[in-house]
Write a protein that binds this ligand. Sequence first.
Ligand code: SF4
Ligand code: SF4
Length: 377
Amino acid sequence: METSKVYYTTFRTEVGRSVLDKLKKLVLEAGFDEIDFKNKFTAVKIHFGEPGNLAYLRPNYAKVIADLVKERDGKVFLTDCNTLYVGGRKHALEHLDSAYTNGYNPFTLGCHVLIADGLKGTDEALIPIDGEFVKEAKIGRALADADIIISMNHFKGHESTGMGGALKNIGMGGGSRAGKMEMHNSGKPGVHQELCISCGACRKNCAHGAISFVEKKAQIDREVCVGCGRCIGVCPVDAIHTFWDEANDVLNKKIAEYTAAVLKDKEHFHISFVMDVSPNCDCHSENDMPIVPDVGIFASKDPVALDLCCTEMVNRQKANKDSALGDVLEENHCDGCGCGSCDYIQMLHPTTNWKAAIEQGVKMKIGSDKYELIEIK
Ligand code: SF4
Ligand code: SF4
């Protein structure tokens, strides 16, 4: 596997020069203009921010990228898929409410915001791939229909995947509801019977006749269910749930395989913001204190090398001893000096295996585990 180039810039800047200018310079140096955007639908895959969590990327950064695409006559839009969990982004209406509240709207961005998998997370395209676990990925239709994918992600820790970077943004974030279920478990939901109010909406919307009622409570026949996820989206009381029971290394491998599906036959480009590095996923309605100081903005055409590089750069920072990382340094015999010999991400989430995503990304030929780091001033 070839060595990939990863470009980065720090958040240091002189008086009168915005970090937005540095972002623009960074992506241009990193090969943005090697993509022909003219008349191409360009999806900027981003996380619009869970209500209450303040670690999401400011829309100002996204506007820089949207403007660059528009200046090159591309047809740009910002997008994400609905979530599997109950929060502020479970269907397109509340997802757009969250995006607008957090400043992502056509007036601030100069482009449209689309929810890639539609109103209830079921507008999907089936992408055949030759994965170890996934043979037909279910991804948001708008992502599948796009000609070019640009990923912008906030790099942070994650309680199931260890780190959350480009692969997670594209793979998990690009999955429809059924796709996300396939990554998180065998792909079939269950019913919290105590919450069910017997409204019948799930049975009415199940095209496979998998739902019946026993003592006025819905139940799902897992032999008949095909994991389409429609019932989750229509339940008015969130009684239908997924099982979060996939082994963490398999979860990471499936995410890498889904990333391969989203990027299949498309040009793509990736930007990671290693700032406000919270210990947990951005799906939380809070973000705990950063575990290390802000590192910089990273860009690459290779999402695998980018994730590897960002993780290693986090591990090379001085630990913030007042953060959740500080709580686990002592038991790991680490003084948090940032010499790079300790894996902070693994320490924070010891049951996870972030390297599985890197290894599977290499196997799927979407990137390299070798990189050259180039600083842009
Ligand atoms: S996931 Fe789809 S097939 Fe399974 S019970 Fe729900 S609606 Fe029916
Ligand atoms: S949609 Fe929800 S509340 Fe209605 S019957 Fe199904 S599980 Fe029960």
